[in-house]
Design a protein around this ligand. Structure first.
Ligand code: NAP
Length: 497
């Protein structure tokens, strides 16, 4: 075999064509890399392509939920809806000529590192194998739906679907509908479908705090001003940015206490029936679960055809769901608003690193990475939106910084003729020990169930400092934190050290 020379630019695979994959593609294109983006879907957009449920919108202000290099002066309102966000992402991908690099309908199942070739083999569901020098996972954190294992599901004669795979083939209007879950997705689609259903039962396991959403349209005059004078658009973006930067996620912080008091007052104002209000009142502080905003959630329960059910679901019947109190709820459709396997990072992938080590074994006590981006034992692998990168700012801001970091690191490898890098174990361990120390006292560890934690209680999704701190730390990382292969001419004779 003729060894590949190290002074060639690495060939890169990007798994996922969502906001992270697009940011990565733009960086790789700008750097002149040979790269391929794989996606199981039929185009760009990722989560914003999948989640098409009625009312789907982003609860991060759109001027901040956009790339800094591709501001959009034409956002229609504070919190844009899914079609507008998808159109924006597609437009950015098109403007950067990424379509030529995209393989659609291709589900990557396995990544295998070879110490000999110092390459990754990317395997797809259809059995194809591709060789790459580096791999960037950009699969998001909320891509694997959680569908609870409810006894009797096979016997149900109606239809079921998850919020992230909405069945648009048939409307829920006029139907008897059951919706399970009361998270960020349900509070958006339940108020949209409720008025049109014959009957809607919302199955709540845990009540949620909700504050009103201040969602205002931008007038044509404002949009023209943003277009003419980007500084005006930046002011809107900066206001959102600053609000996140100043957040304090301490369990007893002023922010937590203030938001909890506001949510309690809002609930008291909006729900006057004491029994219903008691059912809707949480026992944990705002922030323990993702903070939610809606003006439509509470009024929905005043509709005559809507019922809030708090008795736990015990089984499916042929005609619907049975709850622990013995009631049978006959319905035509059951919607799972039951969230995602967020804490189970890269759940859809099998990843084998040096000497065949398996990532899901290494992560059995909870996923960890250095700055959420690189994992010891997995050379030349980068994880966008990886462990402990969530929660404190717009994820687009984080993804952009990660994509820049990957490009800069690849550029450094080319410059120094280093074919493989692997984050040093002690650097990784010290970083993660600090992250978990900083996690103590945060609202994410308060007395609620949330998707931020591994079953052993460790918070694996959240970043405990500010977004700027994350970006600054990542910006300071150089090749010195990595074990590197020797800078010899050919791949064959080098080892990681
Ligand atoms: P989620 O917040 O995790 O909520 C899932 C809901 O399903 C919870 O109410 C949960 O109850 C319930 N549930 C789960 N398993 C259940 C079971 N076996 N029986 C009964 N109930 C069950 O999921 P999500 O609403 O899909 O939102 C997930 C995340 O997606 C959000 O936090 C956010 O990050 C993202 N998202 C973002 C936006 C946005 O505007 N940017 C919009 C939608 C979603 P428990 O509370 O008791 O666990």
């Amino acid at each position: 075999m003729i060894a590949k020379m190290v002074d060639q630019k690495p060939k890169v695979a990007v798994i996922g064509a969502g906001p992270g994959g697009i940011a990565m593609g733009i960086q790789l294109a700008a750097g002149g890399y040979d790269f391929t983006i794989f996606d199981r879907n039929d185009g760009f957009g990722g989560t914003w392509r999948n989640n098409t449920y009625p009312g789907a919108a982003c609860d991060v202000p759109s001027h901040f939920y956009s790339y800094s290099f591709a501001l959009n002066p034409r956002w229609s309102k504070t919190f844009a809806n899914q079609p507008e966000i998808l159109a924006y992402l597609e437009k950015v991908a098109t403007a950067n000529y990424l379509a030529n690099h995209l393989i659609t309908g291709s589900r990557v199942t396995t990544l295998r590192w070879s110490n000999v070739d110092r390459q990754w083999t990317v395997e797809t569901e259809e059995g194809a194998k591709h060789q790459f020098d580096a791999v960037v996972t950009a699969v998001g954190m909320l891509d694997q739906p959680n569908i609870p294992d409810i006894p009797g599901a096979n016997h149900f004669r109606g239809r079921t679907f998850h919020s992230s795979a909405w069945d648009h083939s048939k409307t829920t209007a006029g139907e008897r509908v059951a919706s399970i879950g009361t998270g960020a997705s349900a509070i958006q689609y339940v108020p949209e479908i409720a008025p049109h259903t014959a009957h809607l039962t919302v199955f709540q396991r845990t009540p949620i705090w909700v504050n009103p959403r201040y969602d205002e349209p931008f007038t044509p005059e404002q949009q023209e001003l943003f277009e003419r004078d980007p500084v005006e658009a930046l002011k809107v973006r900066d206001a959102a940015f600053e609000a996140y930067e100043s957040a304090n996620f301490g369990v007893d912080s002023e922010m937590t206490n203030e938001l909890t008091a506001m949510a309690r007052a809002y609930l008291t104002r909006k729900v006057t029936d004491p029994d219903l209000r008691a059912k809707l009142t949480p026992t944990y502080p705002v922030g323990c679960k993702r903070p939610l905003q809606s003006r439509a959630w509470f009024p929905t329960f005043a509709l005559p055809n809507v019922h809030l059910e708090t008795s736990p679901i015990v089984a499916f019947t042929e005609r619907g769901l049975r709850t622990a109190d013995g009631t049978e709820h006959d319905v035509d459709t059951v919607i799972y608003g039951t969230g995602f396997h967020a804490a189970d990072y890269l759940r859809s992938l099998e990843v084998y690193g040096t000497d065949g080590r398996r990532l899901h074994d290494d992560w059995r006590d909870g996923a960890e990475a250095y700055l959420g981006t690189v994992v010891p034992g997995y050379p030349n692998l980068f994880t966008l939106y990886g462990p402990n990168t969530n929660g404190v700012t717009s994820i687009i801001y984080i993804l952009e910084a990660q994509a820049e970091f990957v490009r800069r690191t690849l550029d450094d490898m080319v410059r120094h003729r280093i074919p493989a890098i692997d984050i040093k174990q002690d650097v990784h361990d010290a970083y993660n020990a600090d992250i978990q120390r900083a996690m103590q006292g945060t609202v994410w560890l308060a007395n609620c169930n949330n998707y931020y934690r591994h079953p052993n209680g460790k918070v694996v999704t959240q970043f405990p400092y500010s977004g700027t701190q994350f970006v600054t730390m990542l910006g300071q990382v150089g090749l010195d934190v990595f074990n590197r292969t020797e800078a010899t001419a050919c791949r064959e004779s080098t080892t990681l050290r």
